[in-house]
Design a protein around this ligand. Structure first.
Ligand SMILES: O=P(O)(O)OC[C@H]1O[C@H](OP(=O)(O)OP(=O)(O)O)[C@H](O)[C@@H]1O
Length: 433
């Protein structure tokens, strides 16, 4: 018997909401989801949630930005309508692949050199201007990189003179150089109101900022923003499944229950793959190795890893990335385990490699079958024999178009998590592999 429990479904996955409600034995609450002519999202909760334990179900995938906005507005509406507790149930967490600053093996974003410097092989990691150190040659008596600034100020002076503006550029001086004298220091003492040596100068004019090649002006940390938006809207709790990066839970200051999808994948292997003990579990990239080894260890199966030579950041890079197999797959069924398939490039390229290395059959077992763009076409034409996904994302269309695709139901797992959270029971049983 569930009392004071309200389940609200967003527009991302009505079928999953229905399954969850059937499992819980309650109807979904009435909610009106629509759009104003301008495209803004409109949410109207058509029953009272005052003092209730509210669970809002909304998944990623599809029109992900619209769904996220709808979720935020729904949570906020429940908060202002005095709900007792609001839990955001996100079977696929949107933006969870953007939890950190995009990193590239060539270096951190600020150090990446993609322009002419790297082509000429002249890129260095030295700071500009350089950090001064004792014994460094100084041709003009200026410390290290200050020469460069002096040069730029000199150019500024020339330009101003050309424009008829009287401006005497003062070379910046340092008081910490080895040969600095007392008289130097007296010249350097700061003057109030931008006065230099008692005369008003246009010292506010600085050379324009010139970014180095490869410099990223701003890298958005969307994962942090989404975590903040959810808590700011009024969420008290989050339930999700197979976060791309489990450390993303640390971005929240509210409880996050990250359910495991690989329990379902393991059961599929046990019940549907003949002689699975002779098969080999394969992780299609290093990032998913922990996830795949958990399944291999639980089933006592061998494990292999595909190493992407270069961590790709763009679709074109991804297609070019070299893949290398570490482990034996010859004359075995290979079972790829991954958290998500978006363009399906990773699993289709991995399947090609595995067949080339002698695998007899290739399965791909993936928690989140986002399968955007031409992913379905790619799978249909690929070396994959079977692709198994859960329905954290609606698979109705995909199943119609892809005969290789099979779906595992997650509705009962989420229903059980909701029931346990509502009753204050432990959900650790749902984390068992
Ligand atoms: O279907 P696709 O478009 O190929 O995307 C799927 C891949 O993307 C993610 O990894 P990612 O490339 O982000 O690397 P990571 O696991 O090292 O973070 C995910 O874990 C899959 O391996």
């Amino acid at each position: 018997m569930v009392r004071n429990l309200v389940v609200l479904g967003g527009s991302s996955h009505p079928k999953l909401t229905e399954t969850i409600c059937n499992q819980l034995g309650i109807p979904p609450a009435n909610i009106l989801l629509s759009k104003f002519a301008v495209g803004e999202t409109r949410v109207e909760i058509q029953e009272s949630v005052r003092g209730k334990d509210v669970f809002v179900i909304q998944s990623g995938g599809g029109k992900v930005n619209d769904h996220l906005m709808e979720l935020l507005i729904t949570i906020s509406a429940c908060r202002t309508a005095s709900a007792k507790r609001i839990t955001a149930v996100l079977p696929l967490f949107p933006y969870s692949r953007q939890s950190d600053i995009p990193y590239n093996k060539a270096g951190a974003p600020l150090a990446k050199a993609s322009g002419h410097r790297s082509r000429q092989g002249t890129y260095t990691f030295d700071s500009r201007p350089q950090t001064p150190h004792p014994g460094q040659p100084e041709s003009t008596g200026l410390a290290n990189g200050a020469q460069n600034l002096h040069h730029q100020l000199g150019r500024l002076k020339t330009e101003d003179q050309r424009n008829g503006v009287s401006f005497e550029a003062q070379p910046p001086r340092r008081t910490d150089t080895l040969d600095s004298t007392k008289s130097d220091k007296s010249q350097d003492s700061p003057k109030p109101n931008g006065l230099v040596n008692g005369t008003s100068k246009s010292t506010s004019r600085m050379p324009a900022f010139q970014p180095q090649p490869g410099y990223k002006q701003w890298v958005a940390q969307a994962g942090t923003l989404v975590a903040d938006l959810l808590t700011c809207a009024g969420a008290d709790h989050v339930i999700t499944m197979d976060l791309h990066d489990p450390q993303y839970q640390g971005f929240f200051d509210i409880p996050v229950d990250n359910l495991y999808g690989h329990t379902l994948l393991r059961k599929y292997i046990q019940h549907n793959i003949p002689n699975y003990q002779q098969a080999v579990i394969v992780s299609p990239d290093a990032g998913g190795a922990k996830r795949a080894t958990a399944v291999a260890d639980a089933l006592g199966m061998p494990f292999a890893l595909i190493h992407k030579e270069r961590r790709p950041t763009q679709i074109t890079d991804r297609q070019n990335a070299t893949m290398m197999l570490v482990g034996e797959v010859g004359n075995r069924t290979a079972i790829l385990i991954d958290d998500l398939a978006d363009t399906a490039n990773t699993i289709t390229r991995a399947a090609k490699l595995l067949k080339k290395e002698g695998a007899t059959q290739v399965y791909a077992l993936v928690t989140h079958g986002i399968l955007s763009g031409d992913a379905i076409d790619r799978i249909n034409k690929s070396a994959l024999d079977k692709v198994v996904v859960t329905n954290t994302v609606d698979q109705t269309e995909h199943l119609r178009e892809c005969p290789k695709l099979a779906q595992l139901e997650v509705g009962n797992v989420f229903a059980e998590a909701i029931r346990r959270v509502h009753h204050g029971e432990s959900i650790s049983v749902l984390f068992e592999v």
